[in-house]
Design a protein around this ligand. Sequence first.
Ligand code: COA
Length: 358
Amino acid sequence: MRYAEITGWGKALPPTVLSNADLEQLVDTSDEWITSRSGIKERRISHVAASDMAELAARRAIAAAGVEMEQIDLVINATCTPESIIPASASYVQAKLGAVNAGAMDLNANCSGFVYSYVTADSLVRTGVVDTVVLVGVERLSWVLDYTDRATCILFGDGAGAVVLQPTDTEAGVFGSELGVDGNMADLLAVHGDGTVQPGSSLVPPRIVMQGSDVFRRAVTAMADASEAVVHEAGWDLDDIDLLIPHQANQRIIDATSRRLRLDPARVFLNIHAYGNTSAATIPIALTEAIEVRRVPPRANLVFAAFGGGLTWAAAAVRFGERVTPVGEVDDELPGTDESVWDLLAANFKSFGRLELE
Ligand code: COA
């Protein structure tokens, strides 16, 4: 029997930090409010293109897997902040990697994009369509945030994470999955002013708008229901779960999902305080960090669960492989920057044409 195993993992976080204290200078908010309502303390703002973050995360995952660039059959770039509509950003990632034998595609399911992509990649490997997949989750959400809107700008950040999937004959990969959407509610979380919906729409600065409390209520129910469903589909008891690696949108949503699965904090991975919500990048970043701090034992039973724009949700019950140490590592880092966080946000502010930073 052919299965698909995660054999490599990696992340790339831009170095520039936007703290809650910084946000207090931009909008009417406080560290106490943001921390108690969301769990977020700081997030990263990128000075490089999303494909640069994606490339580094992918290079680290490829080194961890110990595969050659020529072996890669498919690059999937999960993102809702592509660099352009045409070409798909996956083309840039493929080119920067030099993955000369690969196909490449973007997959956009918003914050659920990594889980949607992972379930897709697992199926393609299991069925023999491809052998080696590099799956990146990457976002540059700072580019579509309105830093005058306290309800949204506090929540999101930039970053990338990646995994490599390869075939194996030992039991691994997706044992249960659920992919869901309620398209009728899509307007509850949207970026207006982008895409092809109306002529001239690109003249409007794209910005995220969100009905936060409504999205929150739906996320709590959908993530918990989907997680419970995939555990049952896998034939696991709740006690069999070694680690829940949830989408990092709001600590209170994660807490609700953990309660439903009756998981104590030792079996839930959290890094929301450090990066906020990086949409499709949250789970591969969290998985990489969980492996690095040895919270993923060999053959671990993992649950991935996510919710996001669309309104999408997704979960997967995943058996990890035997190897939890990287085959290789790369020393590369993102290029440094002399720009401050205010310099980086100034470009965003300028694009909105509303505010000047001092
Ligand atoms: N600082 C201070 N006050 C704020 C604020 C901020 N950054 N943002 C909103 N508020 C205010 C609101 O204006 C409101 O004030 P009012 O009562 O005077 O009208 C009050 O806080 C409560 O707002 P509400 O939106 O009901 O708060 P909440 O408890 O729902 O928390 C979120 C807000 C955004 C943290 C929460 O709704 C959330 O996380 N939603 C889901 C986000 C999400 O998961 N999105 C993406 C899915 S991938």
